[in-house]
Write a protein that binds this ligand. Structure first.
Ligand SMILES: N[C@@H](CCC(=O)N[C@@H](CSC=O)C(=O)NCC(=O)O)C(=O)O
Length: 277
């Protein structure tokens, strides 16, 4: 992989890498913050942050201030892109379909199936790449994310429990099979048969697979997508039924923006640090 930028930050380094992904068949960029401990050669816990619709690695890296908290906890912070990109990659004029909207699943339908393999990319290829190339402790890897990325964090954690050891989310899409953003994309990427959709829906996955740990979710009460797309109460009910320990914090007056994410990122990173220690 090729380092395309490097900046000193909070005693550590904020880097951006580019690599050729055999999974997506494209070049993929991702950002990594390495705390001072990692630069000194110590193996560190790591946290993946999966971003939402329209984002790249850059949104959380520049708006979330993860470096401050990652430096405090000696934690590596990894921010992948949200989809494959490039001229040959299928797209759609809607911001919620195509580039910037990979949904962290493996598409099975044309024209999406040739490059939209974000589940394999995150859980297998990128995870292995950062373990091999950086001082990441493979037994201490957490995952979190915002909105579409919150859906990705919850579903990948439950699908790959040995690979991700703690999970939290910010305003996640918890029931994509039942809301417009998810239904539109699942129909295009996975097909009209709704049976396979169940494997990619956090509410259904928690009932089918559970989660051997606790889960933290923050959700703003003034979020413009709360009622139509996010519906955290559906996941709360499913966790209760599955016996999974969920803390859902409804944060008064917060919207869906990175002002919300950055307000609670410190809490999430401390929470992951506790569990990955
Ligand atoms: N452009 C859209 C809204 C898109 C949006 O709000 N994207 C969110 C994630 S939404 C769920 O995955 C986001 O993180 N945006 C990037 C940012 O830096 O804020 C619209 O017009 O409604």
């Amino acid at each position: 992989m090729e380092m395309i930028s490097k900046s000193k930050s909070f005693g550590g380094e904020q880097r951006v890498y580019r690599h050729k992904s055999t999974v997506t068949g494209t070049d993929m960029d991702f950002a990594v913050f390495l705390p001072r401990e990692a630069l000194d050669g110590f193996v560190c816990p790591a946290l993946f942050f999966l971003s939402g619709l329209t984002c790249t690695w850059e949104n959380v890296t520049t708006k979330g201030l993860p470096q401050l908290h990652a430096a405090k906890h000696g934690m590596i912070f990894i921010a992948p892109d949200t989809s494959p990109r490039g001229e040959k990659v299928a797209d759609n004029e809607s911001y919620a379909i195509g580039k910037g909207a990979g949904f962290y699943i493996n598409a099975t339908q044309d024209p999406w199936a040739s490059h939209y393999k974000m589940e394999d990319y995150i859980a297998n290829e990128l995870r292995t790449l950062v373990i091999d190339a950086l001082p990441v402790d493979e037994d201490a890897i957490g995952i979190t994310g915002h909105s579409m990325g919150g859906h990705g964090a919850l579903t990948l954690a439950m699908k790959y429990p040995g690979k991700f050891h703690s999970v939290s989310a910010f305003a996640p899409i918890v029931n994509p099979a039942a809301v417009p953003w998810g239904q539109t994309v699942f129909e295009l990427y996975l097909g009209e048969d709704q049976e396979p959709w169940k494997q990619h829906d956090a509410c259904m996955l928690v009932l089918a697979k559970g989660w051997d740990g606790d889960i933290l979710i923050d959700q703003g009460t003034a979020d413009q997508f709360l009622e139509e797309q996010l519906t955290p109460w559906a996941f709360e009910a499913a966790c209760r039924k599955a016996g999974v320990d969920l803390t859902l914090r409804m944060q008064g007056g917060y919207d869906h923006s990175y002002h919300f994410v950055s307000s609670f990122l410190a809490d999430h990173m401390a929470w992951h640090a506790d569990r990955l220690d």
